[in-house]
Design a protein around this ligand. Structure first.
Ligand SMILES: Cc1cc2nc3c(=O)[nH]c(=O)nc-3n(C[C@H](O)[C@H](O)[C@H](O)COP(=O)(O)OP(=O)(O)OC[C@H]3O[C@@H](n4cnc5c(N)ncnc54)[C@H](O)[C@@H]3O)c2cc1C
Ligand code: FES
Length: 253
């Protein structure tokens, strides 16, 4: 059941020159499933009338904490990066569907850039259910690597960097870990990366879910600006996604 909640900023931590981690608190935090996202209202900005969709990176239900990992892309995320401790943030949540979590099997989670946000929430949930997920993260260079210590507590961690400054050089789809056998693959990141991962999953007949980050406006299925083509016709990413099984998408070459 979606709610509109006023959160209080507990901490706003700059992690790199353009990524930050927002810690928000409310005693009205609803249950949020891995893959679901929130719609954030940007106050005091005449150019950002529409709410901004952001994945849930982490939740601490006991203490009413919600964590968002955000990359500055434009005016809205820039405004969020400047929020101070004690300020209020109005959020609609939880939105969208969630990832399928199997009862057993070898799961590979692949995050590109800020796409690690929903992958971490998923890894944490899987670990709590007794699964041992593998998390592969792709970035441009070492300076974009964030939250390594906490991520390593919930997944076996591997990296690729495009410039070879950390982990294996190249893209996630080129990492040697992909030679192992996986039963399930999950991914979030740039569409070109998710399509390459989908290709690997199609070829190896592995079940694969991706979290799409199409541009959104209303966030409630009314404007149709976020639609994606599926085997069952056009679907709204905001209400029928953001998680899709690749067999339902028209991505296969
Ligand atoms: C379901 C979902 C989950 C998301 N989760 C996260 C997250 O966890 N962390 C995070 O940092 N970002 C996330 N995004 C992307 C985030 O919503 C956009 O970066 C943000 O709305 C940009 O707003 P802005 O006002 O800062 O920039 P704008 O001024 O609106 O746009 C700046 C630039 O960013 C591009 N842009 C805007 N929206 C998107 C988008 N959806 N995908 C790619 N490019 C976009 C625009 O084309 C433009 O070039 C998510 C998007 C969706 C749909
Ligand atoms: S954003 Fe309006 S229908 Fe999805």
């Amino acid at each position: 059941m979606k709610k509109i909640v006023d959160f209080v900023v507990k901490e706003n931590k700059l992690l790199t020159d353009n990524m930050f981690l927002l810690t928000l608190q409310s005693n009205e935090l609803p249950t949020i499933l891995p893959g679901q996202f929130v719609n954030v209202k940007i106050e005091d900005s005449p150019t950002t009338f529409l709410r901004r969709p952001i994945s849930v990176y982490d939740v601490d239900e006991t203490n009413g904490l919600l964590y968002l990992l955000i990359k500055i892309a434009g005016a809205g995320t820039l405004r969020l990066s400047k929020l101070k401790q004690g300020e209020k943030l109005n959020i609609i949540l939880p939105l969208g569907n969630s990832f399928f979590i199997p009862s057993n099997g070898h799961c590979l989670l692949i995050g590109g850039g800020v796409g690690i946000a929903p992958m971490f929430h998923l890894a944490k949930k899987m670990t709590s259910l007794g699964l041992n997920p593998t998390l592969l993260i792709g970035t441009r260079s070492k300076k974009e690597i964030v939250q390594q210590e906490i991520l390593s507590q919930y997944a076996e961690l591997y990296y690729t960097t495009e410039d070879g400054s950390y982990g294996e050089k190249g893209y996630p789809t080129q990492h040697s870990i992909l030679q192992q056998k996986f039963d399930y693959v999950y991914s979030c990141g740039p569409e070109v990366m998710m399509k390459a991962i989908a290709n690997y999953a199609y070829k190896n007949d592995i079940s694969c879910e991706v979290s799409l980050e199409n541009m959104m406006a209303c966030g409630i299925g009314a404007c149709l600006c976020c639609v994606t083509e599926t085997q069952q016709g056009h679907k709204c990413v905001c209400t029928e996604g953001p998680v899709f099984n690749i067999k339902d998408l028209k991505w296969q070459n």
